[in-house]
Design a protein around this ligand. Structure first.
Ligand SMILES: [Mg+2]
Length: 322
């Protein structure tokens, strides 16, 4: 059955059917939805499935953190935080910058096929890891720099993380950046709660000296649930086939790849740079595109719609049983 027809039938038979216009932040002018019927249909599936089937999968850099701050102060990426650590050898920082200028244009080139790009990304991350070998590094330095960025999370992030924790919804943060910085920022922002799992690149040590990154390498084009295969978390999230995905790069829309085909997924894309040129591409891969929205209002609104209905269902079943 095609989605609009199915949605139509659902509207007729389900007294709890919610229309997108009832979810206030989705009505804002900076919220763009290509296929309203489809999103309405998935949102209602998420609502009917309740919190037990739900998980949130999110990118970190410029998705959990802001793309723009109110006072114009810059927000560092997770690798940016690491590269700001004063004790790193000068040659490391210079070489890292050289690699960035070589590989970043390839990463964002809209014409190069993903397969081709992946080859270069593996090369980039491998070379970056090789630069991090053979010198001492005190991780407390990351903590000191990250502390300065504890307020760089999107507005309402604290409420979002605590709501997800209260509702027992797993949060998977997928980052092709540096996991040590991600963990540190989340910790200082007081949102590193027990339901939060970070999959990223973490520093490895040998004989008290840096020894590159731990395996597996997470780069821009393999950050999806297929890299979790075999892990405990893979088992856990595979029982949760209702997913809210959040990201700020086109590739982030693919983060839930590897979950069962029957899954219901709502993808939220935060768009900030070159809005006019990028809007169409973003609308093709994300269900909901938010233009220069530096808040967590939309994911929170989706969660509260899901929670509100779950409460009503519970009350109903209580009345029915008593
Ligand atoms: Mg990002």
């Amino acid at each position: 059955m095609n989605t609009p027809l199915k949605t139509q039938l659902q509207k007729q038979t389900n007294e709890f059917f919610i229309r997108l216009e009832e979810v206030k932040p989705l009505c804002d002018a900076n919220c763009k939805i290509k296929d309203v019927d489809r999103v309405e249909h998935i949102l209602n599936a998420l609502i009917n499935g309740g919190t037990k089937r739900l998980q949130l999968v999110s990118d970190f850099d410029y998705t959990i953190t802001k793309q723009r701050t109110a006072d114009g102060s810059p927000v560092l990426s997770s690798f940016g935080i690491f590269n700001s650590c004063k004790s790193l050898p000068k040659g490391y920082v210079e070489e890292t910058e050289r690699l960035y200028h070589k590989y970043r244009p390839i990463e964002v080139d809209p014409h190069l096929p993903i397969q081709e790009k992946t080859k270069y990304m593996v090369e980039w991350w491998t070379k970056s890891g090789e630069l991090l070998v053979g010198f001492p590094f005190d991780e407390n330095e990351i903590d000191e720099v990250a502390f300065k960025y504890k307020d760089s999370l999107r507005d309402q992030s604290n409420v979002l993380f605590h709501t997800l924790y209260r509702l027992n919804i797993p949060v998977l943060i997928f980052s092709a950046g540096l996991g040590n910085s991600v963990i540190s920022v989340l910790k200082h922002a007081k949102v590193l709660l027990p339901n939060v799992k970070v999959i990223s690149n973490f520093l490895r040590y040998r004989n008290c000296l840096l020894d590159g990154f731990q395996e597996p390498m997470i780069h821009t084009f393999n950050k999806n649930e297929t890299v979790l295969e075999g892990s405990d978390y893979y088992e856990l999230v595979h029982e949760r086939d209702h997913i809210i995905v959040m990201g700020d790069s086109i590739g982030d829309a693919d983060m839930a790849r590897g979950v069962p085909a029957s899954s219901n997924i709502i993808k939220i894309g935060f768009l900030f740079d070159h809005v006019e040129e990028n809007l169409e591409r973003y609308m093709n891969v994300f269900d909901i595109v938010l233009i220069d929205d530096q808040t967590m209002n939309v994911p929170l609104a989706l969660l509260s719609a899901i929670e509100a209905q779950e409460k009503k269902n519970l009350e109903k079943s209580f009345q029915f049983n008593s």
